[in-house]
Design a protein around this ligand. Structure first.
Ligand code: ADP
Ligand code: MG
Length: 611
């Protein structure tokens, strides 16, 4: 990670040069330069290449002027001498273009792009790393499509800044100096006339920059909203089709797109105005110069060659100006993007290892909740005074109505969230006092919705323990009752699964996630509705895999179907965030409480499904 405080001298030089100073508005730009700094040498090469690329064509007006005034119009030279001069200069210029201009132009673009790609490579990796370390609540606040927009589109905008802005600024500044000094040598008055439009130009420059930054910010925000909405619809396309919602989804997309379009148009409007203003200034300026210079030629105070040279220098004089204004746009766009990127970079992951946290080693698997109170948003309490002790290897089941807090309880064990009061302890150690990584190493979860990543079956199983051998993978898949169906797939363990394992049935995907858990070999196991979505046949295979998996581990099973929790050592019954009953299946049945109610309801309507 870059140190944002480190801002070497040349950063300031650039920032001041671009004319922005170091105001708070440009804080993120300065921080971003920290990513560019390691590639300063590429930038210097690019700038050098650019200066040469720019200077060589400046020789042409000088040569033209010399040929016109001193050769063609010369009255002392013979025709042969004139031919020799002409071919010498023309040939010389062509050679300079081929042997100097070409290679330096090549280097200029090569190194500018190398620097920009390198810098954003590191920024993108840091941003991704940051995103992965975010706590669960971050992913509830930010939809995945919106996060992706920052990772891809905003980074792209930031990249343009290095590739063009950082090198062009210097090149153009150098170019302006060179051209102005050449012009001054030819004729001071005409030069001043040529520069007369500059102040006007600067006036517009600042005005446009702030406008563009604001609208770009809006464009990127709306793009985020649109991609997150589209991303949800695409991954849930089955639901869209099943409910015949294609038309309404299309309308929604069109509405979102229209909003984006409108904002984009505002940006386009400002950018076009920018182009029009600078274009006009650049178009009118030469006319003024020709009028003024022509007047002086007629009056006999300036030579024709001088006038032609001056007019030929006008385009290299105004080109950097035009590029400054394009750069203005690039800068404003990049600043808006950097603001969005640093918003994520600056967000503190809520769950981090405390300073002085210790490794959690030799876990036995005792889990203890001590008067735990918890709320997701700090206002609406979800768990209330939850207290229990589970011994190593004990099988616990959590039952209770939907929304009673079962998932919340088990999310606190791997410390996906921190408790508001009380504590969660493993082997007597508060989970906040151990390193997060070492804590999660000992816990495996099998959830209702089995998530597989794109890749092969083997890779998905290895997710449980990347260091495992092929033999371990086979063993784990056998234990998970997955071996046979995996072998029947074309490619076996190397068969590819889609983004969410679409080519596999729910039960098959679940068995792969169970194999993953076997490979991880955790002391504590959490099964949250792992069998809720399965058909009966799959369920039997999975139940037998599960009973193998839970052997010797502390296990928390959440299940709606009470038939699956009958064998638990202890059952906790939850209601509104509190444990209201606990005991074995028979003990609880003997009490005339919530558990018996739930049991009777399911018994009365055996088709009832988890909500
Ligand atoms: P269960 O698993 O027993 O169905 P949960 O633990 O998922 O219940 O939810 C308990 C309560 O917490 C519910 O009222 C639910 O609305 C709320 N809740 C669950 N997850 C979140 C969350 N990420 N943010 C805010 N509230 C949540
Ligand atoms: Mg739940």
């Amino acid at each position: 990670m870059m140190d944002p405080a480190a801002t070497p001298g040349w950063f300031r030089a650039i920032a001041i040069h671009v004319g922005h100073g170091l105001a708070g508005k440009h804080k993120n730009f300065i921080r971003f330069l920290g990513y560019v700094r390691p590639y300063t040498r590429y930038l210097i090469l690019a700038i050098l290449g650019g200066v040469v690329k720019f200077t060589v064509p400046l020789l042409v007006p000088q040569v033209t002027r010399h040929l016109l005034d001193d050769v063609f119009l010369s009255e002392t030279m013979t025709a042969t001498q004139k031919y020799r001069e002409l071919f010498f200069y023309a040939g010389g210029m062509i050679a300079v273009f081929i042997f100097v201009y070409a290679p330096f132009t090549y280097l200029r673009h090569l190194y500018a792009d190398k620097a920009s790609h390198r810098a954003v490579f590191n920024l993108r990796c840091d941003l991704y790393h940051r995103i992965l370390r975010m706590s669960a609540s971050f992913f509830q606040r930010n939809k995945s499509g919106a996060i992706l927009t920052r990772l891809i589109s905003d980074i792209q905008l930031a990249q343009n800044l290095v590739g063009t802005a950082l090198t062009n600024t210097w090149m153009d500044a150098a170019a302006l100096l060179v051209v102005v000094s050449l012009l001054l040598r030819i004729d001071v008055l005409t030069t001043l006339v040529a520069l007369s439009t500059f102040p006007l130009y600067l006036l517009f420059f600042r005005r446009f920059r702030d406008e563009i930054r604001t609208t770009t910010r809006q464009v990127q925000d709306e793009l985020s909203a649109m991609s997150s909405s589209a991303q949800e619809r695409i991954s849930g396309s089955v639901v869209v089709r099943a409910f015949n919602q294609e038309r309404s989804e299309r309308r929604r997309f069109v509405t979102d797109s229209e909003k984006l379009f409108t904002t984009n148009m505002r940006r386009v409007f400002i950018q076009s105005l920018n182009q029009a203003v600078t274009g006009t200034l650049m178009g009118v300026a030469p006319l003024i110069v020709v009028c003024f210079g022509g007047y002086r030629v007629i009056a006999g105070t300036m030579s024709v060659g001088d006038l032609i040279a001056v007019t030929m220098y006008l385009s290299p004089l105004y080109l950097p100006l035009q590029r400054f204004s394009e750069l203005n746009v690039v800068y404003a766009n990049a600043m808006a993007a950097l603001d969005r990127i640093y918003e994520i970079m600056d967000e503190k992951p809520e769950i981090v290892s405390a300073p002085g946290a210790v490794e959690l080693d030799n876990v036995r698997g005792a889990v203890e909740f001590d008067r735990v109170n918890f709320s997701y948003d700090g206002t609406c309490p979800v768990l209330h005074e939850v207290t229990f002790q589970v011994s190593p290897g004990e099988k616990v089941a959590l039952v209770g109505p939907s929304g009673s807090g079962k998932t919340t309880i088990v999310s606190l064990i791997p410390r996906f969230y921190d408790v508001n009061a009380g504590s969660v302890r493993i082997d007597g150690q508060d989970v906040r006092d151990v390193k997060v990584k070492s804590l999660r190493r000992h816990i495996a979860m099998v959830l209702q919705d089995p998530i597989l990543f794109s890749g092969t079956i083997r890779e998905n199983i290895l997710y449980g323990d990347p260091t495992a051998t092929d033999a371990d993978v086979v063993e784990a898949s056998k234990a998970a009752n997955a071996y046979e169906f995996i072998l029947s797939l074309p490619g076996g363990f190397d068969a590819e699964v889609g983004e969410r394992g679409t080519s596999l049935s729910g039960g098959q995907r679940q068995r792969i996630t169970i194999a993953r858990a076997f490979l991880k070999d955790p002391k504590i196991l959490i099964l949250d509705e792992a069998t809720a979505a399965l058909d009966t046949e799959s369920e039997q295979l999975i139940q037998s895999a599960m009973s193998r998996l839970i052997a010797g581990r502390t296990t928390f099973t959440i299940a709606h179907r009470l038939s699956t929790v009958v064998n638990a050592d202890r059952i906790f019954v939850l209601s509104n965030g509190s444990i209201v009953e606990s005991g074995t299946h028979y003990e609880l049945l003997a009490q005339a409480g919530l558990y018996r109610d739930l049991h009777e309801k399911q018994f009365a309507s055996p088709t009832s499904r988890p909500s």
